[in-house]
Design a protein around this ligand. Structure first.
Ligand code: NDP
Length: 290
């Protein structure tokens, strides 16, 4: 039976480091500030935005929640970003994904001051990650996955790592982090055109699943003893629950946990890490901007 990697516990450790850093910054007259912009009424996005704002309040980070209607124009979002770029009380800006179809998300991300891009999606920060320049912002979810691997003492140097998924939010930055000097894994990135995926995954000492398909990674994809990081958050219909759905990952947890050496649960694995690393990035921005 696999060791369950407790994301809530590791996230609590990260948040406790954040509290210390915030106290130190406040003693120098700096209160970190995060602005979260939500365009439209996507229910999952509302949940994410509210939990980010709540976490800021718990830690004593100043936050501003900006809700724009689903008819908002590109110009109005750009104006909001420009205002936040110029606001000295705001050190981090994020625009919750996905926006409504009339919004060009890439153009919005490019408009955010890279020094305030705490999601790490601006091209300047993407480049810094590829260049292994530590002054950049690393996207929160893959940064959280790396922290989980570290917390459970998984050796990445020389390990075979397979990342399933190549999105700019998770898969690609995850691969860059695993292959970076210091992590030193041998990385394979798989995607929807990969042939013999189960065979590719079976080579892995570390599998990171970021596919967006419920329970996609089955036990026969996993080498005995491998570490499995499940990034997926999927809503699956379940009439036996009050909400009518349950959350599940991209990994078939029950069968894979019989075979893996260590595994993250969903919920309670990668999810809490993402928000903790967002707080860390906001503090980093506040420290740099002052
Ligand atoms: P995307 O949809 O952007 O990317 C999914 C990736 O999976 C793509 O690269 C796609 O390949 C690949 N893929 C799809 N089908 C297959 C297949 N049959 N075989 C192999 N690869 C496949 O998703 P994200 O990266 O944004 O998110 C992935 C998951 O992680 C989602 O469940 C999401 O909800 C969750 N997530 C969780 C977060 C957290 O905080 N825990 C944060 C962000 C995301 P191709 O490129 O060829 O299309």
């Amino acid at each position: 039976m696999a060791t369950i990697i407790d994301g809530k516990k590791v996230a609590a450790e990260v948040l406790s480091e954040c509290s210390e850093e915030i106290a130190e910054l406040k003693s120098r007259g700096i209160t970190p500030g995060l602005a979260v912009v939500l365009v439209g009424e996507d229910p999952a996005s509302q949940v994410y935005v509210n939990s980010k704002v709540r976490k800021c309040a718990e830690l004593g980070i100043h936050s501003e929640k900006i809700i724009l209607s689903k008819q908002t124009t590109q110009e109005e979002v750009l104006e909001t970003v420009a205002r936040l770029n110029a606001d000295p009380a705001i050190h981090g800006i994020l625009v919750q994904s996905p926006p409504p179809p009339q919004i060009d998300e890439e153009a919005i991300v490019r408009a955010i001051d890279p020094a305030k891009d705490v999601d790490g999606f601006h091209p300047e920060n993407v480049a810094k990650l590829a260049l292994e320049d530590p002054t950049g912002f690393v996207p929160c979810t893959p940064a959280g996955c790396m922290r989980l691997l570290e917390a459970v003492g998984v050796e990445t140097a020389g390990a075979e790592a397979v990342v399933v998924g190549r999105s700019m939010i998770v898969g690609k930055p995850m691969a860059l982090l695993l292959m970076a000097r210091g992590s030193d894994a041998t990385v394979t990135v798989a995607h929807s055109r990969t042939k013999n995926l189960a065979e590719v995954c079976r080579r892995a000492d570390i599998i990171v699943a970021a596919v967006g398909i419920p329970e996609f990674i089955r036990a026969d994809f996993v080498k005995a003893g491998a570490t499995v990081i499940d990034v997926g958050i999927n809503r699956v219909e379940d009439q036996s629950t009050k909400r009518g759905y349950r959350l599940c990952g991209d990994v078939a947890y029950d069968e894979v946990s019989e075979k893996a050496g260590a595994i993250t649960p969903v919920p309670g694995g990668v999810g809490p890490m993402t928000i903790a690393l967002l707080m860390k990035n906001t503090i980093k921005a506040a420290r740099a901007i002052g």
